[in-house]
Design a protein around this ligand. Structure first.
Ligand code: SF4
Length: 324
């Protein structure tokens, strides 16, 4: 398999002002800390974790919508970490994002045609027959009728608006798409339709996805592999089947215990996670999960666990898990 996107030591700290007017200090909100991962061409890497764990920030870093504080990002073997200006704009054609809130992401004063055509115009295409044809193709691909082009976002349902958002993200024919919680704001009945559409488009257009969600139930269907994030760190990454059937990290085990299952016999005896995720302004020492981990040991408070591979392709950062 070819690696399309790679992050090495990627870190993003946001400066935050704190204290009184006279004793103002600047703290670092450690949204993403020293993350390394690879996304293979044609796969869907699911990225899960609670709100505030840094998963959306990581998605935006990978497509350079945010500047990393340190670390390197590679796309198709090329280091894109320091790209700027025209070179970055050109690179962006290959890397797009689908947002969580389709209504908030679409300009209410633009017609669907203008919304979908806009990325092409920003990248130098003309508002001509070719752009009109590109919009027609995208409407067809995402399952919207031709007559939708002259209408406005408020005239559509949530699922249809997300289809417009997907058409806009794909009109430049990117290779890599960050799907940032694309179904979280939709009714459960519509979620499966959008997930299926994304899968069909992946097969048809040869796309590679990073699919972000806050619960493991949503990413199970679509992902090839799944990465679990906690407080700015990737704590476990594995093939989907291995992660769901034999999770190694206590946090992943807790997330799986929280996924609703219909049959009582299918419920596994796993510890559920209690308490709230700590602030990324003051992450706990050692293993960041130690304040909520049912298996925490003294070493967990002092020493950050290294990422190990108990079996090939299964990465875990926990003192309980050693290399295989
Ligand atoms: Fe729990 Fe310690 Fe493993 Fe962290 S390193 S997940 S605190 S056992």
């Amino acid at each position: 398999m070819t690696v399309l996107v790679e992050a090495i030591g990627v870190t993003k700290h946001f400066p935050v002002k704190a204290g009184s007017l006279f004793r103002r200090t600047t703290l670092a909100l450690r949204a993403v800390d020293d993350v390394a991962l690879r996304i293979e061409a044609g796969e869907t890497l699911g990225l899960v974790g609670e709100s505030g764990c840094g998963k959306s920030t990581l998605g935006r870093l990978l497509i350079r919508l945010l500047e990393p504080s340190s670390g390197n990002i590679f796309f198709d073997g090329k280091d894109i970490s320091d790209l700027a200006g025209k070179a970055l704009r050109n690179q962006r054609r290959a890397m797009q994002i689908i947002f969580q809130d389709p209504f908030g992401a679409l300009n209410p004063r633009m017609t669907v045609e203008d919304i979908i055509a806009e990325p092409r115009l920003i990248h130098g295409a003309r508002a001509d027959a070719a752009t009109r044809q590109a919009v027609t193709q995208m409407l067809e691909l995402v399952g919207l009728p031709e007559r939708a082009r002259d209408r406005y976002p408020h005239e559509f349902s949530g699922g249809q608006r997300q289809r417009i958002g997907i058409a806009r993200a794909l009109v430049l024919r990117p290779r890599f798409v960050v799907c940032d919680e694309p179904v979280s704001a939709l009714d459960v009945s519509v979620q499966a339709q959008i997930v299926n559409l994304l899968q069909d488009l992946q097969a048809e257009l040869g796309l590679t996805y990073l699919f972000i969600a806050h619960d493991l139930g949503v990413v199970k269907h679509i992902s090839t592999r799944v990465a679990v994030m906690y407080l700015g760190k990737v704590v476990e990454l594995a093939e989907k089947r291995a992660l769901y059937t034999a999770p190694r990290h206590p946090y992943t085990q807790g997330l799986i215990a929280a996924v609703p299952v219909s049959h009582p016999l299918a419920r596994q005896r796993r510890e559920r996670i209690t308490g709230d995720i700590p602030s990324a302004l003051h992450p706990p020492s050692g293993c960041r999960f130690h304040t909520r981990c049912p298996y925490a040991m003294p070493i967990c408070r002092e020493q950050e666990p290294k990422t190990t591979q108990p079996v090939p392709g299964h990465q875990v950062a926990c003192h309980l898990v050693g290399d295989g």
